[in-house]
Write a protein that binds this ligand. Structure first.
Ligand code: GDP
Length: 314
């Protein structure tokens, strides 16, 4: 029975999800992954955040790059380059197999939820992995140079253009995935954890799905977020740069403001010197920088204790 529900993007989220997966009883953790980063490329359906979480839990992720699989070979990319094909988005040979299989099953009419579940079972992952929606939602980044599809902004343009907003194309027609809705509206959750993921491009697409914010508030389980910012800096990726460009304070106070009364608690690093607001979510301290698996397990344990101290459902 699922007791802990996490909302996650890719790199930062997957670290905490790994810690939780390793310390919780099998079958009690479910992770809802952002699919706003999904895109179609070379005829393939690619779901970067689902794949990062899946590879991480299966212990086959490339932890150096933060994307793709460890011990990859690159025969496909090299052959594609020889043919003059598009090579700006790197696809390793083993990674490619997952995209081919997902694309094949989608073409047969399977849902992204079912495909994701089949793949995680094949990779012997005990925790559930759930796409935020089975309908396509595509993040577009509003920049000074115009509106860019997410992967063009993120990979092709390396996050260089200054950001002034986001659009989640398809969000009005999308529904939360059936399993996500079932867990959110059920009464079995002991905690809802918002991972230390990018709030704007990893978590907001999930929260923007119709009914999700209301269901989070109505669920009754404590909602705990972990700040992805430590002392004004992101550990990886454009979170801090985006906050500055959006005119938000670039610190954990900015994260607290962003989530506002949606969350009951924000966990910030022991070393974080940001001046945190007296109103809004309760602030807790923990060691939130995760390098080793021990760090991930330790933060997971801290977050569960914090949720327990807050929880009416616990
Ligand atoms: P993406 O979808 O691959 O960009 O990954 P996420 O959105 O899940 O994660 C990106 C965020 O994770 C960035 O804002 C990082 O600052 C944050 N992050 C990465 N590693 C850590 C860590 O060890 N601790 C904390 N607190 N945040 C982290």
């Amino acid at each position: 029975m699922i007791e802990i529900l996490t909302l996650s993007g890719g790199i930062g989220g997957a670290k905490l999800v790994l810690g939780l997966d390793r310390i919780l009883s099998p079958g009690t953790l479910a992770t809802v992954c952002n699919t706003g980063d999904d895109f179609e490329h070379l005829g393939l359906s690619i779901s970067p955040d689902i794949d990062t979480v899946t590879y991480t839990l299966a212990s086959i992720a490339n932890t150096k790059t933060g994307w793709g699989r460890a011990n990859e070979t690159w025969t496909f990319m090299a052959a594609l380059a020889d043919l003059g094909g598009e090579t700006w988005f790197q696809l390793g040979d083993a990674d490619l197999a997952l995209h081919v299989e997902r694309t094949r099953q989608l073409a047969l009419g399977e849902s992204l939820s079912d495909i994701t579940d089949i793949i995680r079972r094949r990779l012997v992952i005990g925790s559930e992995i759930i796409p935020m929606s089975d309908q396509p939602v595509r993040t577009r980044v509003k920049t000074r140079d115009g509106i860019l599809p997410f992967q063009h902004y993120f990979v092709k343009h390396r996050c260089c253009p200054a950001v002034n907003g986001f659009e989640f194309d398809g969000i009005d027609l999308a529904q939360p995935a059936p399993r996500f809705s079932e867990l959110l509206t059920g009464d079995k959750l002991k905690a809802i954890i918002i991972c230390p993921s990018n709030p704007f491009i990893s978590i907001d697409p999930i929260l923007a799905l119709p009914g999700v914010c209301q269901a989070l508030r109505d669920n009754g389980a404590p909602v705990v977020a972990i700040s992805p910012i430590i002392n004004g800096q992101a550990i990886k990726g454009p979170t801090a740069k985006m906050m500055a460009e959006l005119g938000l304070p670039v610190d954990s106070a900015g994260i607290a403001m962003h989530y506002g009364n949606l969350i009951d608690a924000l966990v910030v690093d022991h070393s974080d010197s940001a001046r945190l607001p007296d109103t809004g979510p309760r602030i807790f301290r923990a060691a939130t920088l995760m390098h080793s698996e021990a760090d991930k397990r330790a933060l997971a344990g801290e977050v569960l204790s914090i949720a327990k101290s807050l929880g009416t459902n616990c």
